[in-house]
Write a protein that binds this ligand. Structure first.
Ligand code: HMG
Ligand code: MG
Length: 302
C-alpha cells in the first residue's frame, strides 16, 4: 500500500466560513496561493452557498476569479444545489463538493433539506458536472456524532456514503463535524463504510474539538485511508455545529506523517509560516501545537 498521503486543505473554506470578522478577498486569495506554494495539491477555495446562511463565503466567485492557479493543483468549492453549481462552473472550478449528512437534524439545519431531499438536489449537480467534466466530491457530516441528535447509527453513515459514491462522487469525505469521535469509533466507522465504498475512495475529515483528530487519522491510516482533510492553523468549525472547533491543523498532520514514514509533498516550515501569518491576521494564536512549538520564541507575544 502506498505511503503517499493526499492532504485536502480546507482552511480557506471550512476555516474561514466560521469567522465572525470580515475577511477581505485579498487575504483569502493570498492564503490559497500560499497553501498551494507550500506543496499542497488540493486547496478548497470557497463555497457557492447562500450568503444569508454563510456570509463569509459570499465572495467565493471573486476568490476563484482572482487566484493564480498553480499547475497540478485542484481548487474545489462547495455546491449544495444547482444554483451553487452554476456559480462554480462560471468560475471555472475544476472540482465541486456536495455535502450531505448522516443525521436528519443536521441536514435540515445545514442545508434546509432532509437526507432524501438532499440526494434529490445533488442528482442534477452530478449530472451537469459529468457533462461538464467537473469532478464531484461528496461530504458526509456527523459520521461520529451529531450536535442535535447525539449518536448516529453506523448504518446511516454507510447508507449515505454509498448513495453519494454510487451517484458518481469520486471521493467520500467522512466528517466528524463536531470532533467527538475517538480512534476506536473512527476505526469501526471506516471499516463499516469500506464494506460498501472502496477504501481508496474514502477520506477522513476530523474536527479536533475533543483533541482526538490525530489519533483518528492514525486509526484511519491503519485501515488504509490515504486522503485526509485538514485546515492550516486548525482554523474553523461549522456555523451549524455550535461549539465545534476547527479541523485538525494541517501542520500537525504533516508533522505526524513526516515522522511516521508517509509522504505528503508539503513543506512543513512553509505551513508554519502561513499558520502564524493567518493567525496574526485573525488576531489569535495558531491552534496548531506544531506551529506553536516551532515558533515558541515569537508566538508567546501574540
Ligand atoms: P434554502 O433557503 O432552502 O434555499 O437554502 P432556497 O432554494 O429556498 O433559496 C432561498 C434563497 O437562497 C433564494 O434567494 C436563492 O436564490 C438563494 P432569495 O430569492 O431569497 O433572495 N440560494 C442561493 N444563493 C447562493 N448560492 C446558492 C443558493 N441556493 C439558494 N447555492 C441552501 C438552501 C442549501 C442554499 C442553504 O441552506 C445554504 O446555503 N446552506 C449552506 C450551509 C453551509 O454552507 N454550511 C457549511 C458548509 S458544510 C460543513 O461545514 C461541513 C463539512 O465541513 C464536513 C463536516 O465537517 O462535517 C463539509
Ligand atoms: Mg468540516
Amino acid at each position: 500500500m502506498t505511503n503517499r498521503i493526499n492532504i485536502v486543505e480546507v482552511g480557506p473554506r471550512d476555516g474561514l466560513q466560521n469567522e465572525k470578522q470580515a475577511i477581505d478577498v485579498a487575504t483569502k486569495v493570498a492564503l490559497i496561493e500560499r497553501l498551494a506554494d507550500a506543496g499542497l495539491k488540493t486547496v478548497e477555495a470557497g463555497a457557492f452557498v447562500s450568503p444569508k446562511w454563510v456570509p463569509q463565503m459570499a465572495a467565493s466567485d471573486e476568490v476563484l476569479a482572482t487566484i493564480k492557479r498553480a499547475p497540478g493543483v485542484s481548487y474545489p468549492v462547495l455546491t449544495p444545489n444547482m444554483k451553487g453549481y452554476e456559480g462554480a462552473r462560471a468560475g471555472k472550478a475544476d472540482t465541486v463538493a456536495i455535502f450531505g449528512a448522516a443525521s436528519e437534524s443536521f441536514s435540515k439545519k445545514n442545508i434546509n433539506a432532509s437526507i432524501a431531499e438532499s440526494l434529490e438536489r445533488f442528482k442534477p449537480v452530478l449530472d451537469a458536472a459529468k457533462t461538464d467534466g467537473i469532478r464531484v466530491r461528496g461530504y458526509v457530516s456527523c459520521v461520529l456524532g451529531c450536535p442535535y441528535e447525539g449518536e448516529i447509527p453506523l448504518g446511516n453513515v454507510v447508507n449515505i456514503s454509498k448513495a453519494l459514491f454510487e451517484m458518481g462522487c469520486y471521493e467520500i469525505s467522512l466528517g466528524d463535524t463536531i470532533g467527538v469521535g475517538a480512534a476506536g469509533e473512527a476505526r469501526a466507522m471506516i471499516r463499516a463504510v469500506a464494506e460498501e465504498v472502496p477504501i481508496a475512495a474514502l477520506a477522513g475529515h476530523f474536527h479536533d474539538t475533543y483533541g482526538q483528530a490525530l489519533a483518528n487519522i492514525y486509526a484511519a491510516l491503519e485501515e488504509g485511508v490515504r486522503t485526509f482533510d485538514s485546515s492550516v492553523s486548525g482554523l474553523g468549525g461549522c456555523p451549524y455545529a455550535p461549539g465545534a472547533s476547527g479541523n485538525v491543523a494541517t501542520e500537525d498532520v504533516v508533522y505526524m506523517l513526516d515522522h511516521s514514514g508517509f509522504e505528503t509533498g508539503a513543506d512543513l516550515d512553509a505551513l508554519v509560516r502561513i499558520s502564524v501569518w493567518i493567525s496574526e491576521k485573525l488576531g489569535r494564536r495558531p491552534a496548531s501545537k506544531v506551529a506553536r512549538a516551532k515558533t515558541a520564541a515569537t508566538i508567546d507575544k501574540m
